[in-house]
Ligand binder design. Structure first.
Ligand SMILES: Cc1ncc(COP(=O)(O)O)c(C=O)c1O
Length: 357
């Protein structure tokens, strides 16, 4: 089935910034392509869908997003193979999650046909920007903000949905040392932790800065009532390998249901690794570190895919993880990225071929 661009107005840029970008030296999320997609929610429906040159948008200072934080987003990637075909990785999962976030933030859900048609038209128009070299991808940022004017504390009646695109390279964050949270919380039961809403990130910045100042790159958040169960890191779900068992926390209303997390579990199970999805306490991990059975810890998320953790701090004590030759982290990362970039067959049906216009 082709793309229905009947309802999407296209205005192309007369210039391009592509020659100003050093694709071998990209900082994550700092360069944007020549076009963007936008669509407005007015009078109870999504309308005015258009692709136009990338640039500033104009909002009234009283727009509700500025005051009450009705803002949600997603993060996904497109890959281009040498023959020019463009692929997405499990994109429907992002749409499902976007709409779960929308419901929780009292934002209208975004329709599936406009999501896919809009994104694929934009990817076609800015296709030159998607590089085929090893590790290259196009980071896609869908988001919705409340645009209605007025400072009364109630859900807005008008919203803007957008896609912006940022070329990305494989991401190496150096040696990641983490701090287990024992004072601050990222989310609470009954709250918005499972939603990808802007405020969840704003609330992490201060405690994460304190951790950074103390020499740790990330905080691993614990449950807000006991601070005993390990939940997730800044923008990643976390996995622990104790002996030969891979353990990760179950998702809940406090934890983002990561697409990379789901993929890691599926691959690990297919490879025959023992996987346990269950509560994992700071004391269990501390004991395993002390008795030498804690072999690996890693984060899983779209930006880095898998990010190995080299040490953790719990209540003032640092524990180092062993350096392994054949880690689960590196083998699972290779399996996921080989599927994403089309190097191997995709036995799971995760790849989605972007339609041409
Ligand atoms: C809080 C949080 N947890 C986990 C993840 C990982 O999710 P995904 O694998 O879908 O990127 C992200 C990133 O999107 C995140 O922001």
């Amino acid at each position: 089935m082709g793309i229905n661009n009947q309802n999407i107005t296209i205005t192309k840029s007369t210039t391009t910034k592509i020659n100003e970008v050093d694709f071998n030296n990209l900082s994550f999320g700092e360069n944007f392509t020549d076009h963007m997609f936008e669509c407005d929610y007015i009078d109870g429906k999504w309308t005015n869908a258009q692709v136009r040159p990338y640039g500033p948008i104009s909002l009234d200072p009283s727009a509700k997003v500025f005051h009450y934080g009705q803002a949600i987003f997603e993060g996904m990637k497109a890959y281009k193979s040498v023959d020019g075909a463009v692929w997405l990785f499990r994109p429907e999962e992002n749409l499902i999650r976007l709409n779960k976030s929308a419901i929780r933030l009292a934002i209208p859900e975004f329709p599936k046909d406009l999501f896919f048609d809009g994104m694929e038209i934009l990817l076609n128009i800015d296709k030159e920007w998607i590089q085929t070299s090893e590790g290259s991808s196009m980071y896609i940022r869908p988001f919705i903000i409340a645009t209605e004017e007025g400072v009364s504390a109630s859900p807005a009646k008008r919203y803007k949905f957008m896609f912006i695109l940022s070329p990305a390279q494989s991401y190496y964050s150096g040696e990641v040392k983490v701090l287990f949270a024992d004072k601050y919380s990222r989310s609470a039961s009954g709250g918005v932790g499972f939603a990808k809403c802007a405020g969840n990130y704003a609330g992490q910045f201060y405690p994460t800065k304190l951790a950074n100042d103390a020499g740790y790159q990330q905080v691993v958040w614990t449950d807000s009532s006991t601070h005993e169960n390990l939940e997730e890191a800044g923008t990643m779900n976390v996995f622990f390998r104790i002996g030969d068992t891979l353990i990760t926390a179950p998702t809940s209303d406090r934890i983002l249901d990561g697409i990379t997390r789901k993929s890691v579990i599926a691959i690990a199970e297919k490879e025959g690794y023992k996987v346990e999805v269950r509560d994992i306490s700071v004391y269990e991990v501390e004991d395993a570190a002390k008795n030498g059975t804690l072999l690996e810890m890693f984060g899983a998320g779209t930006a880095a895919v898998i990010n190995p953790i080299v040490s953790f701090n719990f209540k003032g004590n640092d524990y180092n993880l062993p350096k392994l030759e054949d880690s689960y982290a590196s083998s699972i990362k290779k399996k996921i990225t080989d599927i994403q970039t089309g190097k191997v067959e995709d036995p799971f049906g995760w790849k989605y071929a972007v339609r041409s216009i």
